[in-house]
Every structure is written in structure tokens, then in C-alpha cells.
Write a protein that binds this ligand. Structure first.
Ligand SMILES: [Zn+2]
Length: 315
């Protein structure tokens, strides 16, 4: 009897521990799955290590749960879009192997903007592969200035998170060609001073679609950044309303979340449930709705920032 009671007690302890575990390693109340990776689980390193997955014939997600790293195999080697940062860089490199490619074959690392969570692993992956690292002139300078200021303030980068040395400078209208793949470069500032965007053809069962990586999908830097961001959104609405596959830089976009909670991980799960059905990543309506939300959000952001600046003047 006594033995049974102890055993029951022990079981209860185990069950409680499992429950606590379940509560900390998963979406918090009110959070969507993708959102949890940038919210309640953003510092949960093991939780961030999700399995890599195929999105299109020529696009794989190989990043941690919160930051996208897109792998684009071509007929002449690999293109990597962003790298994530430590402590995830070896994980990203392993993911590339897991989906069947050799990270030494990376020829280009295309950065989406000069923020650490996107460029942190660039120097390490370049050392491994000899890849060229591409970014706009403005964001190369922005990245270097940010790092210099951080060092001045005694908050220099952790080992492995150093900004890469300036390498390939890309401009509006450039095309980066690797084998059968052409990446067109645009500059759409507002998140950073020179956030690039990349357009390329993606394939689903060999059928071509318009793929697009918008490097800076949320405004920063007050009225000035907000105004630039709104211009970028207006340009997207005018010239890029036909994007079919939006490859976002995060699974969840903090500034303007993807409509209907359709972050990258939700789309992944829809695809996994019905692998022979239509590919949920091909969704022009979702992209156009996001542009509308981002447009309205940018107008509000500018108004709020103007009000803040005025309040600052009258105080
Ligand atoms: Zn950023």
C-alpha cells in the first residue's frame, strides 16, 4: 500500500513536470505557432531548432524557427538568403546537409538587410564555402556603423556574430545569375536604409511562379524610416502585386503579421497535411492582403511617430 502511494506520488510529480514543460515550450495563450517562435519561445534555443523543410522545388527553409534562412539550389551551386546568427549557425549548416546539399557549394549569401539576426552567420558560412556575400552599399555601411557604435558603447558583438567584411555590393536593377537561376535585385528601404529585395522564379512540380523576398517588411527609424517604408510598400503595390510566393524573412512578421495567422510554419503544416494538394505557399491573395495591411500600418506608424516628435517639442 505504502509502496503504491509513493509510486503514485512520483507519477504525479512526473506528470506535473511534463505539464510545466509543455507550458513553457510552446505557444503562449493567444499566440499563433509562428508567433511563439518570435515571442514566448524566442530564447528557447532547443525549441528553435525545427526540422528543415521544402517549400518549392527550388526553395528550402533551413533556418531556426524565428528567422528564415532560404536555401535555393541551382544548376551551378547553392544560393543562401540570410544566415541567422549564433547559436544557430552550425544548426543552419547541418540543415543544409539534411536536405541533401553540401554547404561547401554555397556560391552566394544574399543578405536581406544589415540586422544581426539575418547576417550573424555570414562570415562563418563564407569561411566554409568561399561564397560571396551580397548586400547594398547603404546596408553594408549601416551594418558597419551599427557594429562600431555598439563596440563604442561596450556592447560589441559576441564571438561569431561579427559583421562580415564588406564584399559584393548590389544595386537596384542588378541580376545575380548562378547556373539556371537569376535573382533580380531591388532596393526597398524603410526597415534599414538600403534593404534589398530579391525576385526569382520558383517552381512547384516544375511549374514556374513569381517568388519574392522582401528584405525589410516593417518600418523603423521614426518619421524618416516610416516615410521610406510607405514608399516601398506603394512601389510593391504598383509593380509587384503579382507576387505568388512571398518568402518572408521571419516565420512571423512582428510589424504586420501575415493575414489569417498564415505564417511560414502554419503554411508548412498545411502543406504537410495535404502533400499532394495545392501548395499553400503559392498565394497571391495573401500577399495582396498583406500589402494592404502594411500600407495601413505604415500610414499609422508615420502619424504616431509625428505625434511623438511633436510631443517631444512642446514638452
Ligand atoms: Zn531587421
Amino acid at each position: 500500500m505504502r509502496g503504491t502511494r509513493i509510486a503514485t506520488f512520483a507519477l504525479a510529480v512526473v506528470a506535473t513536470a511534463a505539464l510545466v514543460g509543455a507550458q513553457t515550450a510552446g505557444p503562449a495563450p493567444g499566440e499563433s505557432l509562428s508567433q511563439s517562435y518570435r515571442g514566448s519561445q524566442s530564447r528557447n534555443v532547443e525549441y528553435q531548432k525545427i526540422a528543415p523543410f521544402k517549400v518549392m522545388d527550388n526553395v528550402y527553409y533551413v533556418g531556426p524557427g524565428s528567422v528564415s534562412v532560404w536555401l535555393v539550389p541551382t544548376s551551378a551551386g547553392l544560393i543562401l538568403i540570410d544566415t541567422a546568427q549564433e547559436p544557430y549557425v552550425d544548426f543552419v549548416i547541418d540543415n543544409i546537409r539534411k536536405v541533401g546539399f553540401d554547404p561547401k557549394n554555397i556560391k552566394y549569401i544574399l543578405l536581406t538587410h544589415g540586422h544581426l539576426d539575418h547576417f550573424g552567420g555570414a562570415a562563418k558560412i563564407k569561411a566554409l564555402s568561399g561564397a560571396r556575400i551580397a548586400l547594398t552599399e547603404t546596408d553594408w555601411n549601416f551594418m558597419a556603423t551599427q557594429q562600431a557604435n555598439a563596440i563604442k558603447n561596450g556592447r560589441g558583438p559576441k564571438p561569431g556574430d561579427e559583421a562580415p567584411a564588406k564584399d559584393m555590393v548590389i544595386k537596384e536593377g542588378d541580376t545575380i545569375t548562378l547556373g539556371d537561376t537569376k535573382m533580380k535585385v531591388y532596393i526597398l528601404p524603410g526597415h534599414t536604409p538600403g534593404s534589398p529585395a530579391y525576385e526569382f522564379t520558383v517552381y512547384d512540380n516544375k511549374k514556374p511562379y513569381k517568388g519574392f523576398v522582401f528584405g525589410g517588411p516593417g518600418p523603423r527609424n521614426g518619421v524618416e524610416g516610416g516615410t521610406e517604408f510607405l514608399k516601398s510598400i506603394e512601389r510593391l503595390e504598383k509593380d509587384f502585386a503579382d507576387v505568388q510566393v512571398a518568402l518572408n524573412v521571419h516565420s512571423f512578421l512582428n510589424s504586420y503579421p501575415y493575414p489569417n495567422n498564415m505564417g511560414i510554419l502554419e503554411l508548412r503544416d498545411v502543406k504537410a497535411k495535404n502533400p499532394n494538394g495545392p501548395n499553400p505557399f503559392i498565394n497571391n491573395a495573401l500577399w495582396r492582403q498583406w500589402l494592404k495591411d502594411a500600407h495601413a500600418g505604415a500610414v499609422k506608424y508615420i502619424a504616431d511617430e509625428k505625434a511623438k516628435a511633436q510631443k517631444g517639442q512642446t514638452n
